[in-house]
Design a binder for this molecule. Structure first.
Ligand code: ASP
Length: 372
C-alpha cells in the first residue's frame, strides 16, 4: 500500500521553505474583521461635541502601530456608512452588523465590532440572540476617550481584543473593556465617565487581563450548549413592538395603560426581587388588561445584582397573579433583546413566555429553588 503524502508526519519541502522564510507563520496568522460602526473610539471634535470620523479606518493604524506588529493577526477594517453615535442604534443596525459578520464568517477567525459605549451592552445582547450557532469570537469594544486624544483608552482595548482573538478564541459574543472580558448578554454600562464603563453584575467575567491573560473559554460551557450545534444563522430582531418601563413611587395606572397600548412585550423594571405597588388597583388592572391581550410582561430588577423572585413578597405575587413573568437575573438589555428575538420567531405566546424563562445564550441563571 502506498502511503498518502498528506498523512506523512515529515513536513513537505514547501512547508520547510515557507517556515525558513517566515512565510509559514505569516500563512498561519489569524485574520480579524473589524467593523467600525461609530462611537467615541473613532470620533473627532466638532462645534457640537464629538462626532464619528469617516476617515477613522485609515487613521487608526497611525495611532496604533502595534496592530502591525509581526506577532499580531492580520486585519481588515470597514467604516460603516453612516457612522453612528450608538444612541442612534436600532434593531435595523443590529441586523446590518449581524449580516456583515455572517457574510464574512468563513473568511475570518474573529470579529471586532467597534461601537459606542452608550448602547454597546444592548448590541452585545442583541447579537448574542441573533447569531445562533456562533463558534467564533465576536468582541464589541470602544473607548471612553477618542483615539485622537492623547489619554485615550482605545489603544489598550483594541490591542487586547486582537490578542484575545489570536490566542484565546472565545466562542461567543463578548464585550471587552478596561482589562475585562464580559459575556455580551450579561454586560451593562455602569459608569458614564470612568474607564471601567462596563460590568457583568450577575455573571463572572469571562476573563481578566493584567500581566497575564486569564480567559475562561469554557465558562458555563456555553460552547457545548446544544443551541451551538447548528450552522451560523442570523435572526432578525426588527418588527416586534417592545418596551421598557421602570417603576417609580407614584406611578399611576393611566400612565401604565398608555405605555402598554400597542406593545407586544415589555420589560418591567420592578423593585428589588420583583415587587410593585400591589395596593394600586389601577396599576395592576393595566397590567392584567395587557396580559389578557397577550402582551408578554417580564419583570427584571432595578437592582444591578440579584434575581427576581415574584413569590418573595405579596407585592411581587400580585404581579405574578396578573400575568407578569420572572426575568430572573437577566439584565434589562438582555431581556429587551430576548423579547425582540422571541416575538420575531412568531411562536405561540405560551412558548414565548416559557422561552423567556429558559437559558438560551447564557443570559440567565435559573435559581436552583423554583421561583415564579
Ligand atoms: N455617545 C457615544 C456613543 O455611544 C459614547 C461612547 O462611545 O462612549 O456612541
Amino acid at each position: 500500500m502506498t502511503a498518502n503524502p498528506k498523512d506523512s508526519k515529515i513536513p513537505s519541502l514547501e512547508v520547510v521553505l515557507a517556515w525558513k522564510s517566515g512565510g509559514l507563520e505569516e500563512k498561519m496568522k489569524k485574520k480579524i474583521y473589524i467593523a467600525y460602526t461609530g462611537g467615541t473610539i473613532g470620533m473627532m471634535p466638532s462645534k457640537q461635541g464629538y462626532i464619528p470620523d469617516p476617515e477613522f479606518g485609515k487613521k487608526m493604524i497611525e495611532k496604533i502601530p502595534e496592530l502591525k506588529d509581526p506577532t499580531m493577526p492580520h486585519y481588515e477594517m470597514v467604516d460603516y456608512d453612516p457612522l453612528l453615535d450608538s444612541s442612534n442604534m436600532s434593531p435595523r443596525d443590529w441586523k446590518k452588523i449581524a449580516d456583515d459578520i455572517q457574510a464574512r464568517y468563513d473568511d475570518y477567525d474573529g470579529f471586532i465590532v467597534l461601537h459606542g459605549t452608550d448602547t454597546m451592552a444592548y448590541t452585545a445582547s442583541a447579537l448574542s440572540f441573533m447569531l445562533r450557532g456562533l463558534r467564533k469570537p465576536v468582541i464589541l469594544t470602544g473607548s471612553q476617550i477618542p483615539l485622537c486624544e492623547v489619554r485615550s483608552d482605545a489603544r489598550e482595548n483594541m490591542v487586547t481584543s486582537f490578542q484575545i482573538i489570536a490566542d484565546h478564541p472565545v466562542h461567543e459574543v463578548c464585550l471587552y473593556f478596561n482589562n475585562s472580558l464580559f459575556r455580551g448578554c450579561r454586560s451593562v454600562k455602569v459608569n458614564a465617565n470612568g474607564f471601567d464603563a462596563f460590568a457583568s453584575p450577575n455573571f463572572p467575567r469571562l476573563g481578566t487581563v493584567g500581566i497575564d491573560f486569564k480567559i475562561h473559554i469554557d465558562r458555563d460551557s456555553l460552547f457545548k450548549h446544544k443551541e451551538q450545534n447548528v450552522p451560523l444563522e442570523v435572526h432578525n430582531l426588527e418588527g416586534p413592538r417592545v418596551g421598557v418601563l421602570r417603576l417609580f413611587p407614584g406611578i399611576n395606572g393611566e400612565f401604565v395603560k398608555n405605555a402598554l397600548i400597542n406593545l407586544e412585550g415589555i420589560v418591567l423594571e420592578a423593585y428589588g426581587v420583583g415587587n410593585g405597588p400591589d395596593k394600586n388597583r389601577d396599576f395592576l388592572q393595566a397590567l392584567k388588561e395587557a396580559n389578557d391581550r397577550n402582551v408578554v410582561i417580564v419583570a427584571c430588577s432595578q437592582c444591578l445584582r440579584g434575581n427576581v423572585n415574584l413569590g418573595g413578597y405579596a407585592s411581587g405575587s400580585a404581579l405574578a397573579e396578573v400575568g407578569v413573568i420572572s426575568g430572573y437575573d437577566m439584565t434589562t438589555e438582555a431581556a429587551t433583546c430576548k423579547l425582540f428575538y422571541l416575538l420575531n420567531l412568531g411562536l405561540p405566546i405560551q412558548e414565548v413566555k416559557s422561552m423567556m424563562r429558559t437559558n438560551l445564550r447564557g443570559e440567565l441563571t435559573i435559581p436552583p429553588k423554583k421561583t415564579n
